[in-house]
Design a protein around this ligand. Structure first.
Ligand code: 5AD
Ligand code: SF4
Length: 476
């Protein structure tokens, strides 16, 4: 799972013709929804499902919480500081509620699931608490809240995949979009709260995934990212759409089907699990030009003993074997990782093993974290969080320094080459430059010497780089 740590703000531009939900003015109820998301990409995708459900109920969205009737915050519990950030934000919404007592404040997502009714005791201003599998119940919960009672639904489901809901694309660029392909996680990594907050793993009907990809493509999107906590264990059993015969679809087969929607539609996916990623998946990536050569394969630790305590169910050797397979089957494939510093009982030598793993792989990118004990997890129950904060911090900074070196080195390998990129728009820093990503997910910036619309593929000659960005010029 890639942790975005971003705040997304929705906006009210109805981006005509983009959302499939009915948006006829006569069906609006005059109410405005403001929704903000924290945490992983899955949460951002879920907010789009929530917006879709409420749009059907007559809501429009707004980017300004001060003019909203309903404020939702889609929360993350993965680390303590993620929860703290949400609480700080809630106190800002509290000030707004004192000004406008009719405002309904709702907490969605992982914190809602983890804390349940306790949330309402702790945060008095919260009116609605809704877990990740209960979003269909939102219209009903909101009318309950409008009548003045507190409303809660945190039931987890074994079936809910929101397969039939066409997400309203919020705050997007109209070029890249997420598609959820599964929900929940059955892995029980000992540090992780996700299996408790998002429930059991279930795979979404591939036909609804393909229909969503096809629809996005027809509306001008050029890149989709297939999302799941553990995409490699995607498995759907059901009836073949044409013949009705029982079929099974695995992740490699799903990838292939989505790749066949159009060679002009790029496919990304996240997150892969080292224990489950198969050669079949790697060969499928290699076979299709439009499946991006980029794999997010979190290692968490380079030490087999620590991996066992983390219940990751693979060893250092197994992980190396998977990396060797990626490099053999998809030469030049970019690889990124999640790494945790200072897990329970981690020794200095074991930390060194993480650093040496980073050198072995040469990650293009890594999300790095200091271990944060989460209540209720196996690690919290069975292990002692015994690495002092300053040691965790120092180990984390050594990991960060090493990653900076590798990120720079990997990008330097692109200098002097011509790469194909999907233009996303003007660069963040200047409207004299365009930006877009290459196949390996590196951000590429180049001067806007020609008029290019977002969504076009262009070739860029790379002249230089920083540790985060490739800089170049349009190639002839
Ligand atoms: N402490 C620190 N990092 C964590 N992650 C998950 N749980 C914790 C925790 N308790 C990290 C893992 C995971 C990523 C999304 O967040 O590296 O892959
Ligand atoms: Fe958490 Fe592990 Fe599942 Fe990822 S695979 S969500 S780290 S339990």
């Amino acid at each position: 799972m890639i942790d975005l740590q971003l705040t997304e703000k929705t906006h009210d531009e109805a981006r005509q013709g983009e959302a499939l939900v009915i948006d006829a003015p006569e069906q609006r109820n005059g109410k405005k929804l403001y929704i903000e998301s924290y945490g992983c990409q899955m949460n951002f995708a879920d907010s789009e499902i929530v917006a879709s459900i409420l749009k059907e109920d007559g809501f429009t969205t707004t980017g300004d919480y001060k003019e909203a009737d309903v404020v939702f915050i889609n929360t993350c519990s993965i680390r303590e500081n993620a929860e703290q950030r949400v609480r700080n934000r809630l106190s800002q919404f509290g000030a707004e509620k004192r000004r406008n007592p009719k405002l309904i404040v709702g907490v969605l997502g992982c914190m809602a699931e983890r804390l349940k009714a306790k949330f309402m005791e702790e945060e008095k201003l919260v009116d609605v608490v809704v877990g990740p599998d209960a979003y269909r119940d939102l219209p009903q919960l909101l009318s309950q809240a409008e009548d003045g009672s507190k409303a809660i639904n945190v039931l987890l489901s074994r079936e809910e995949t929101y397969a039939d809901i066409s997400p309203v694309r919020l705050n997007g660029n109209g070029i890249t979009a997420f598609i959820s392909i599964m929900r929940g996680c059955d892995n029980m990594c000992s540090f992780c709260v996700v299996p408790f907050t998002r429930g059991r793993e279930r795979s979404r009907d591939p036909y609804s995934i393909l229909a969503e990809a096809q629809d996005l493509y027809e509306r001008g999107y050029k890149e989709v990212t297939l999302l799941g906590q553990n995409v490699d264990s995607y498995k759907w059993k059901g009836a073949d759409a044409e013949e009705g015969a029982p079929i099974e679809v695995n992740f490699a087969q799903l990838l292939e089907k989505v790749a066949l929607v159009s060679p002009e539609l790029r496919i990304r996916f996240s997150t892969s699990h080292p224990k489950d990623i198969t050669d079949e998946v790697l060969y499928t990536i290699a076979k299709y030009d439009n499946i991006c050569n980029y794999i997010h394969l979190p290692v968490q630790s380079g030490s087999s003993r620590v991996l066992e305590l983390m219940n990751r169910t693979y060893t250092r050797e197994w992980y190396i074997n998977r990396i060797d397979a990626v490099k053999r089957i998809i030469p030049g494939c970019a690889i990124s990782s999640d790494i945790i510093a200072g897990f329970c009982t981690e020794t200095e030598e074991e930390h060194q093993e993480t650093l040496s793993m980073m050198d072995y792989v040469g990650y293009d990118f890594a999300f790095t974290f200091s271990y944060s004990e989460r209540p209720g997890t196996m690690a919290a129950r069975k292990l002692t969080d015994d690495i002092p904060e300053e040691v965790k911090k120092r180990r984390l900074s050594e990991i960060l320094v090493k990653q900076q070196e590798w990120s720079l080195r990997r990008l330097q390998q692109q200098v002097g080459k011509t790469v194909r990129i999907l233009v996303e728009g003007f660069s963040k820093k200047s409207d004299q430059d365009y930006c877009g990503r290459n196949d390996q997910n590196a951000m590429v910036v180049f001067p806007a010497t020609k008029n290019i619309s977002p969504g076009q593929y262009v070739n860029v000659y790379i002249e230089r780089c920083t540790s985060a960005t490739l800089l170049g010029r349009l190639a002839e």
